[in-house]
Design a protein around this ligand. Structure first.
Ligand code: ATP
Ligand code: MG
Length: 561
């Protein structure tokens, strides 16, 4: 067992599995990940994916991918390929791929079995009436007037439902359990409804569709799932899960266990709400780097290992909590700190003229790609008489604490010389357009004459610059728990995306091009003093590259601990 999977042995679910395996040496663990293809996967799904796949690996078992596709109204084939792609990206291999819709014929047979046992009936109350009759937590439910139909009548009516002789909402099949049960789910739950909509897998074959609760447990049983892991909101449904398995002739008896779902600060993790954001054009799509979908996080520069580490770190419990966003950032920062190439980028350029240098002055410096990992190699930078620095590194008005460049002040250019600002030029709007400086050529790798050690700033020679757009992301919501708010849309952060237009080093651009050609897709950089960035493969153009800021340099999570 390697260290990676070790963490998954420490939770209450693996303890249950341990005991089961010890009690029954023939037990072969089988889990499944059952997404509904009604949206893209998000980091919450990753928690469940990691748990199911890692446990299967750990116990030499198997994990299936099952599309829980019982509602043709909400599902779409495009989500199926996106989901498969994301699971592959995380590096997991499913044993088999299944669809709940494969089991429609079997599910229909089991539904008839319930009717024949007097345990299901065709109801003709409307959806609203069913809800009304169901009662509340304080009030028991009331029996439907159709509850005591004969078995023959129910069989006939269920066939009629299947044939399409009823209209939508006119009839449904309900399990006959107990309208007074303390669990509302047990108050004669609907198990089949009529939907006249083409299904992405079964096309027009069916107009009756099983409900989640009916389909899920039977699908688990058909596939021989031993441990069916789901989130806490299904705790009450467990009684129904077990009731259906007990009262049908399925051969296997899976056990359901619940763990708490992931809630992440500043994030929405509901596919329904995420699609509202997309429909209202508040974000650009399922892969917008501001949302915690796996495709959004990938585009933002998160790696599979950073996401898996995060999922290990948060652990598996029954405790409902809100995880700090800085913890997710900590996981990617830790990794990028080791792997990303250091280079300089200017987000808000301002030109510096070094008046004492010749127009043709050109020096080359070889600089390391990483401060402590020589294996990452070096790259060359060029020094000439006109360079860009960041507007934020020069101030006309400043206080005592100010340490960067000012008129009459000195600063060191990273890997190069100390310069002194002597004059500024402004445009008609009073914006500084040019800073004229003296370059002290005696300061390469040495202190200045007066033995001072000025602060260091980054820079790029105009000749060595390539245009780039920088996308700086902040949280999409300005409150910690937007998921809790009914009107979550009113908490959108208007500054969730800030775009800057500047420059990167030209030779880095050449590298990126090579990588893209060789299909080494990932290009991760630490732009010195600014943060970790990755190239946006979707919006980058040949003459202008786009970079997404993955995460800033400061590790708030580490600071707190
Ligand atoms: P959403 O509310 O985002 O639509 P869902 O539960 O409806 O989520 P499914 O596609 O049905 O989405 O979920 C597939 C699996 O992923 C389920 O087993 C579910 O419990 C799990 N899952 C979904 N969201 C989370 C989460 N936030 N944390 C952990 N597991 C989750
Ligand atoms: Mg769902």
């Amino acid at each position: 067992m390697n260290n990676k999977t070790k963490k998954y042995t420490n939770n209450f679910i693996s303890q249950i599995i341990n005991k089961d395996v010890n009690d029954n040496e023939n037990l072969s663990l089988k889990t499944r990940f059952p997404p509904e293809p009604n949206g893209y996967l998000h980091i919450g799904h990753a928690k469940s994916i990691c748990l199911n796949f890692e446990l299967a690996q750990l116990y030499n078992g198997k994990c299936n991918l099952r599309f829980d596709d019982t509602n043709p109204l909400k599902e779409n084939i495009k989500y199926i390929s996106a989901i498969k792609n994301d699971i592959n990206w995380l590096g997991y291999k499913w044993h088999n791929i299944h669809y709940s819709s494969e089991y429609f014929p079997k599910l229909y047979k089991y539904a008839k079995e319930l009717i024949k046992k007097g345990l299901a009936y065709v109801d003709q109350l409307t959806k609203e009436q069913i809800r009304e009759y169901r009662g509340t937590l304080k009030q028991p439910g009331i029996n439907s007037p159709y509850r005591n139909r004969t078995i023959q009548e129910n069989i006939k009516l269920f066939k009629k439902m299947k044939r399409g002789d009823f209209s939508e909402g006119e009839a449904s099949l309900r399990a006959k359990i107990d309208m007074k049960s303390a669990f509302i789910v047990m108050r004669d739950p609907v198990i089949y409804r009529i939907i006249f909509s083409e299904h992405h897998q079964t096309k027009k074959k069916w107009c009756i569709y099983p409900m989640y609760d009916f389909a899920h447990c039977i699908s688990d049983a058909i596939e021989g799932i031993t441990h069916s892991l789901c989130t806490l909101e299904f705790q009450d449904n467990k009684s129904l899960y077990n009731w259906i398995l007990k009262n049908t002739s399925v051969k296997k008896y899976p056990q359901q266990y619940e763990f708490s779902r992931l809630n992440l600060e500043f994030c929405i993790l509901s596919k329904r709400k995420l699609s509202i954001l997309i429909d209202k054009k508040l974000i650009t799509g399922w892969n917008d780097p501001r949302i915690p979908t796996l495709s959004g996080l990938r585009r933002k520069g998160y790696t599979p290992s950073s996401i898996k580490n995060f999922c290990e770190k948060i652990g598996i419990t029954k405790q409902d909590n809100l995880i700090e966003f800085s913890m997710l950032e900590h996981c990617i920062r830790k990794e990028l700190n080791k792997t990303s190439i250091r280079t300089m980028a200017i987000l808000e350029p301002i030109k510096i003229f070094l008046y004492n240098l010749d127009k043709n002055h050109e020096e080359k410096f070889t600089v390391p790609n990483h401060p402590n990992n020589p294996e990452l190699g070096t790259h060359e930078i060029i020094f000439t008489n006109i360079i860009y620095i960041d507007r934020l590194d020069f101030k006309e008005k400043y206080n005592k604490k100010y340490k960067k460049l000012k008129l009459g002040g000195e600063i060191r250019l990273r890997y190069a010389y100390v310069i002194k600002a002597e004059k500024i030029e402004k445009d008609e709007n009073n914006n500084i357009v040019k800073i004229i400086c003296y370059c002290d050529l005696n300061t390469l790798g040495k202190k200045t004459k007066n033995n001072k050690n000025p602060s260091v700033i980054h820079w790029i020679s105009v000749k060595n610059s390539f245009p780039a757009e920088f996308r700086l992301y902040d949280h999409l919501f300005n409150i910690k728990n937007p998921e809790k708010e009914k009107n979550f849309l009113s908490y959108i952060n208007p500054k969730s995306l800030i775009i800057k237009n500047g420059f990167i080093e030209k030779n880095i651009e050449k590298n990126i091009e090579k990588n893209i050609e060789k299909n080494i897709g990932e290009n991760f950089f630490q732009f010195e003093r600014i943060g970790y960035f990755c190239i946006d493969n979707i919006d980058s153009k040949k003459d202008k590259l786009v970079f997404n800021r993955t995460v800033s340099l400061r590790d708030l999570w580490n600071l707190k601990k």
